[in-house]
Each structure stands twice: as C-alpha cells, then as structure tokens.
Unconditional design. Structure first.
Length: 451
C-alpha cells in the first residue's frame, strides 16, 4: 500500500512538473508576442527602443518550442524586424545574419508574404555591404514572389530597389533608365524614380537630364531621398565649376543628414545588442556551470603538460619560421614581377608603342594580380574595402596600380580609358567613395596611406 502511494505521489509530481513547464512556455510565447507588438509600435518614433523590445522578444521566443509553427513564425518576424533596425543604424553584418535566419524559417512555413519581405530586406542589406550578386539573388526571388501575390505596387517597389542597389552598382545605367522610366509611367513612387534616374544620367554623363531629375527628387517629403539628390547635384555643379550652386547643394545635404543623431542611435543599438548577447550567455553559463568545472580541471592538467612541450617546440621553430617568411616574401615579390598585369604596365611605363598597347587582360588575370597585391602589401585591397566599402573591383584595380607607382597615362591605358576620362573617374572615386569632401589628401596620398 505504501509503495502504491509513493508511486501515485511521484506521478502527481511529474504531472505537475509537466503542466508547469507547458504553462511556462505558453507565458514565454505570450510575452515574446507582446514585446514584438511593442517593437512594432515603437518602430516609427524610436528605433532604439524598438530594437530593445525586439531583442527581449528574441530572448523569450528562444525558450519556446521551435517545432510549433506559431513559434517559428513569430521568431522569423522578430529577427526580420530586428535586422531592419540594425541595418538602419549601421550594423550591417549583424542585420544580414538575422535576415538570413528569418528567410530559412519562412521557407518552412506556408505563404509567401513574410518570405518575400525578408528576401527584400536581405537584398537591401547585402547591397549596402557591396555583396551585389548575393543582393541580386534575394531581390530576384522577392520579385518572383511579389508577382504571385498579384501586387503591382510590391513589384514596382522591389524593381526600383533592384535598379538602385544592383544594376546601378554593376554599371548597367541604360537598363536602369529603361526600367525606372517604365515603372514611373505605371505609377511607381515618383521621388525615388527621379532620384534613381538622376544618378543614372549622371553616370552616363548626361548632366542636363541628371540635374532635371535630381531637382525633382529634392521636392520629396523624405529626407532619405533629398539627401542623395542634393549630393548628386553638388557633384555635378562642382565638376561644372558652378561653385555657388555646388555650395548651396552641399549645405542642403548637410541640413538633411543629422549625422550626430545617427551616430548616437548607433551607439545605443550596439549597447542593446551587447545586453542581449550577455543575457543569452548568462542563461547558457548557468546551465553548463557544473560541467565546466570538471572540464577546467582536466584542461589545466593538459595545459601544463602541453605548455612545456609547446615552449620547446616554438623555440626551435621560431628561427625556421622567420627564415621561411623572408623567403616567402621574396618569392611573392618575384611572382608579382612576373605577373602579366605588372609586366604590361611596366612595358607601358617604359615606352608606349603599338606593341605595348596591344594587350588583352581577362578577369582571371586581374584576380591573380589583386591576390598577389594583397600578399605582397599586407591585404591592401581588403583594407581598402574595410575603410571604403563602396569601392568596386575596377576601383581596386586602379588603386593597386597606383600603389605600385604607375603614372596616370599608364593606368588609363590599362583601364582602356582616355586620359581625361580616367582623371574624372579617379576624381569620382576620391570624392564619392573615399570621403573626398572631408579629406584634403590627393588620391595617390590616400592610396599610399593604406598600411
């Protein structure tokens, strides 16, 4: 009898524990849902507070059962919204990771609307990171899904973003003009169309039409549209030496920028992200604390033994490594001097003849050349991209030839450009992509200053 009573008590305790666990997960889901709604309400007025709400919601949803469809859906929505907040505050890599995770979640769910939005957001972030091919894949899939929704407006919005973020970056300006003009005639957002057309005409050097469309874009109610429009007008008027108009546009650009506020919000976003990561780490550490103590004891013993062995081995290898590194550097420099790109440029710098200008360089040869430049000059192109992330592959080629000391005439021939066109291209790289308005150094000084 006593034994039966004990079994009964044990079963009751187990049932209570199970019921308590279910109730706890239900409460966590409802709390995550409430925090997500709070984030949505705050998104318009307070991006930082919205991000904090989404981060707390993500902590709560991570404790729920991810096999439930509603939990999956809510987690994907939270990550997609939090990614947007991160992106708007300059945290691009973190934003892309969240959008990618949201995409994988939405692929497992019925319906296409959430997946389409996440793909569009991922394309936007990938483009801002200069991952143009990846961005194009996201946008193309989002565009296909928008057509299945029978939403002309959605299709036009995505098409505008593809033109601005992908085709413009690829230099397909005529294609941009054709697609955006058609979208505007069919009712797409007018101010974004004028901005995109203005920049496309600027890059094909049709300054008259560029000014016309950019001026129309400055009439937008959105500061995010007016800013790049004034920036484009500033560059055109400066090249035309119309300095009064250039100065006026530059002042208008600064009025819309609110850079100080943006930097403050970015710092707050970083704080929120750190708080979220610390809370997540804390909950994980509490669950694994006992096991870590055992592992630490074992590791300390192993470390003491391995430390002695490592010190002996390192002493012998240090000299060999040094000699090997010096020999590797010499071999890299020799390989660079044998590279076709370098030899072609060197021949042109010594004498420009019909023979020296008759050359054909393919993408693989340029890739080999840039790879050797990175090895010889300590990741030169990678450091350039870290400092100036909007540089294109062609820009990196120009910078690499400049780093090796080749003159403008040689580089213009290597790039298949007229000398005047090359000078203008170099000026644009400095002004638009290397913060030329704030940096008084010459293009060559900036390039040679990359350590």
């Amino acid at each position: 009898m006593i034994k039966s009573e004990r079994h009964l008590i044990l079963l009751v305790l187990v049932a209570l524990a199970f019921f308590s666990s279910c109730q706890s997960k239900s409460r966590q889901f409802e709390k995550a849902k409430a925090l997500y709604q709070q984030g949505l309400e705050l998104s318009t007025d307070n991006s930082v507070a919205a991000a904090e709400a989404y981060s707390q919601a993500l902590l709560e949803i991570d404790r729920c059962d991810h096999e439930i469809l509603d939990v999956k859906r809510l987690k994907g929505q939270i990550e997609d919204q939090l990614g947007t907040r991160y992106w708007k505050n300059g945290m691009k890599e973190e934003a892309l990771a969240l959008h990618k995770d949201a995409i994988e979640i939405f692929r497992q769910l019925p319906g296409n609307v959430l997946l389409m939005n996440a793909l569009q957001n991922a394309g936007r972030v990938a483009a801002s990171l200069q991952l143009i091919d990846e961005a194009e894949q996201y946008y193309d899939e989002a565009l296909r899904l928008s057509k299945t929704q029978s939403s002309t407006k959605l299709s036009k919005d995505i098409l505008l973003e593809i033109c601005r973020d992908v085709y413009m970056e690829k230099g397909e300006y005529e294609k941009v003009i054709e697609l955006v003009t058609g979208a505007m005639e069919n009712g797409a957002r007018v101010d974004l169309c004028h901005l995109t057309l203005g920049m496309a005409y600027y890059y094909i050097e049709n300054d008259k039409l560029a000014v016309e469309h950019l001026n129309l874009a400055t009439e937008s109610e959105k500061a995010g549209v007016r800013m790049p429009a004034y920036q484009g007008l500033y560059m055109i008027y400066e090249l035309q030496k119309d300095y009064p108009k250039a100065l006026q546009c530059f002042e208008k650009y600064n009025e819309n920028m609110m850079q100080a506020h943006g930097e403050q919000r970015n710092e707050e976003m970083q704080r929120i992200k750190r708080d979220y990561e610390l809370q997540l780490q804390k909950s994980t550490l509490e669950a694994k604390q006992k096991m870590r103590i055992v592992y630490l004891c074992l590791l300390l013993g192993l470390l003491l033994v391995s430390l002695v062995v490592t010190l002996l081995v390192l002493r012998q290898k240090t000299l060999k490594t040094k000699l090997k590194d010096e020999e590797s550097q010499r071999q890299l420099e020799l390989a660079l001097k044998k590279n076709k790109i370098f030899l072609t440029a060197l021949a042109l710098s010594e004498k420009i003849t019909g023979t020296t200008v008759d050359f054909n360089l393919d993408d693989d040869e340029w890739d080999d050349y840039l790879g050797l430049i990175d090895m010889v000059y300590n990741d030169f192109t990678k450091k350039l991209m870290e400092r100036y992330p909007t540089l294109t592959k062609t820009d990196l080629q120009i910078c690499s030839l400049t780093r090796q000391g080749f003159n403008n005439q040689v580089i213009s021939i290597m790039m298949n450009l007229q000398t005047n066109s090359y000078a203008r291209r170099k000026y644009r790289i400095k002004q638009e992509k290397m913060n030329g308005a704030e940096d008084d150094r010459s293009f060559e000084e900036i390039v040679n200053g990359i350590g």
